[in-house]
Design a protein. Structure first.
Length: 100
């Protein structure tokens, strides 16, 4: 098993590789929210071009039944580089990224 530098444990759920157990748990929560009808669907690892041949990946884009669309990153430890990239994405695109 390979350990992440911030002690995140890579996890496989439903045959999908997740960077952390916390991200895998959020995936499970979203599946339950879909069953209940609160979430219509969600996307994983959505890329946003931030220039210079670089992309920033948002962990989840969630489409809620009430019409809300949430851009969510699951973080155990939020790095200065991650914060900077989110600010760039939010400056280039009309979105707000929520960190959970």
């Amino acid at each position: 098993m390979v350990w992440h530098k911030f002690k995140a444990k890579r996890t496989v759920t439903d045959g999908i590789k997740f960077a952390s157990r916390k991200e895998s748990i959020r995936y499970g929560e979203l599946k339950l929210l879909m069953k209940s009808g609160e979430v219509i669907f969600f996307l994983r690892q959505v890329p946003f071009d931030i220039g210079g041949g670089t992309k920033h990946f948002i962990d989840f884009v969630e489409f809620w039944a009430d019409g809300d669309v949430r851009f969510v990153e699951v973080k155990g430890y939020d790095t200065p580089q991650g914060k900077m990239k989110r600010k760039i994405v939010e400056g280039l695109y009309p979105i707000t990224i929520e960190v959970i």
